[in-house]
Structures are given as structure tokens and as C-alpha cells.
Design a protein around this ligand. Structure first.
Ligand code: KIV
Length: 271
């Protein structure tokens, strides 16, 4: 990436254009200022303040307990660290399902109270009307199909979706419905690679895959998974690019050893 490209703020138009040019879109999650700062400096295209926050940062066992106030708090911190990447706020469970009015109010909070440029919400035809109203109100929407973690109780666990002709046909229909409703992009989570490839060919908006194969227009991972700081479980689709938990434990142990033995602080750390 050239220095010139690095300076340009990524927008929905940039994301759409990348699909047209066949350039892969890179996306990761972030929940705090220092992580967002470092990832943005590395040149990522999109930063999602995912409701995965609940599991990888707040220690809940699912994403369901996450509140709008928690999402706003963390999205503000992420936005303070970002210059170039597009920042997307994830709508938490029950922030858009109750009524169109509540959904618009909550989506609007991301744009009014933080510097996020768009929101993401889970679901297909059932969120089409909400997607249409948000888009019409000037709130860009990223869709999310396949394994949608907010429906985990309905799915009965973290399982691959879209297997079999009927299930695949439904996801393809949902993707068309979301595109028609105005979504600027769609996350495809845990669906077979050939289904994700077909949806990617059929849509003019970009698809972002997570456990959906290499044919999507872009890829997203939960940062804490790929950096190895979340150890409770690691889905098969995650590639660990680092194992920072090992380094953290070693650093903390060395610090404790040095404090206990009087090596730290040294002369250079002492006034
Ligand atoms: O909450 C999240 O981090 C997400 C991504 C996994 C797409 O929805």
C-alpha cells in the first residue's frame, strides 16, 4: 500500500470500489484505543467494534449480555485511535429487534456519540425493513449472515450454517434481500466455501468472510483470536498469527522475579 493510499479515510464507497477492482478487503475487530491505534497504523481497511467484546474482553460466556452503553463506550475508545480505517459499531442483542424506532435510535447513537461510520446487524429478511430505514436515514449498514452468534440459543451451538440445498438457498435469498434493502456489505460467518463464493459472485456489494473460505471479497477475524490473547476456545477457522498470551505470562513472571530479587528497578529507572 502506498503512503498516499494510507492517508485516505476508508469509506463505504472505498469498500465498494475495492470489490470492483478485485482488491481484497482486510477487517479485524478492536475494542480499545491502543489496539485500534496499532492496527490502524498497520493499514487495516475496516475495524469492527464487534459485540464479541462481550466474550473476548468482558468475560461473558456469549455476546448476548452486551449493552448499547458498553458498545458506545468501547467504540468511542477505538475511534480515538483510528485515522484511516473505517470503524463499524456492532448492534448488540435486543438493540434492533424490538422495534424499528428503537433500532434507528440505537444505530443513530453510534454515529452521533462516536465517530463510527456504519453499523453492523445480524440477520436476513427479518432485518430488511430496519436496514432499509437505517440506510434511508443516512446510517450505512453492514449485514451479517450464516452463523449469527446472537441466535446461538436458536442454533443450539456454534455450528456451520447453509449446509444442504434448502439452507443454502435461504442464505442466498437473504443476501439478495439485504443488498436490495441497502446494505453496503455483508459478513458471511461459518458457511461452506462454495456457498460463500456463489454469494460473492451474485452480489455487487462486498462479502467479508469469517470461516467462509477464500473467495469472499474480504476477510475478518476477531483480533484476540488471531493474536492469541483469548484462550477459552479457538474456532477451527482462526489462524493464530501470534501467541501473545505466552509472551504476556513470560513478561509478567520476569517482572515478578526481578521485583522479588531486587533487580528491578535498576539505576537507570531510579531518580
Ligand atoms: O462481533 C464480532 O466480532 C463479529 C465478527 C466476528 C464478524 O461479529
Amino acid at each position: 500500500m502506498s503512503q498516499e493510499t494510507k492517508k485516505i479515510k476508508v469509506t463505504t464507497a472505498v469498500i465498494r470500489d475495492m470489490k470492483k477492482k478485485g482488491e481484497k478487503i482486510t477487517m479485524l475487530t478492536a475494542y480499545d484505543y491502543p489496539t485500534a491505534f496499532l492496527i490502524d497504523q498497520s493499514g487495516i481497511d475496516v475495524l469492527l467494534v464487534g459485540d464479541s467484546l462481550g466474550m473476548v474482553v468482558l468475560g461473558y460466556t456469549s455476546t448476548l449480555p452486551v449493552t448499547m452503553d458498553e458498545m458506545i463506550h468501547h467504540t468511542k475508545a477505538v475511534c480515538r485511535g483510528v485515522q484511516r480505517a473505517m470503524v463499524i459499531g456492532d448492534m448488540p442483542f435486543m438493540s434492533y429487534q424490538i422495534s424499528v424506532e428503537a433500532a434507528l435510535h440505537n444505530a443513530g447513537r453510534f454515529l452521533k456519540e462516536t465517530d463510527a461510520q456504519a453499523v453492523k446487524l445480524e440477520g436476513g429478511r427479518e432485518v430488511a425493513e430496519i436496514t432499509r430505514r437505517m440506510t434511508a436515514s443516512g446510517i450505512p449498514v453492514m449485514g451479517h449472515l450464516g452463523l449469527t452468534p446472537q441466535s446461538i440459543q436458536q442454533f443450539g451451538g456454534f455450528k456451520i450454517q447453509g449446509k444442504g440445498d434448502e439452507a443454502a438457498r435461504r442464505i442466498i435469498e437473504d443476501a439478495h434481500i439485504l443488498e436490495e434493502a441497502g446494505a453496503f456489505s455483508i459478513v458471511l460467518e461459518c458457511v461452506p466455501g462454495d456457498l460463500a463464493a456463489e454469494i460473492t459472485r451474485l452480489l455487487s456489494i462486498p462479502t467479508i468472510g469469517i470461516g467462509a473460505g477464500v473467495e469472499c471479497d474480504g476477510q475478518v477475524l476477531v483480533t484476540n483470536d488471531m493474536l492469541g490473547t483469548f484462550e477459552r476456545f479457538t474456532p477451527r477457522f482462526v489462524k493464530k498469527y501470534a501467541n501473545l498470551s505466552i509472551q504476556m505470562r513470560e513478561a509478567v513472571k520476569q517482572y515478578m522475579d526481578e521485583v522479588r530479587s531486587g533487580i528491578f528497578p535498576g539505576k537507570e529507572h531510579t531518580f
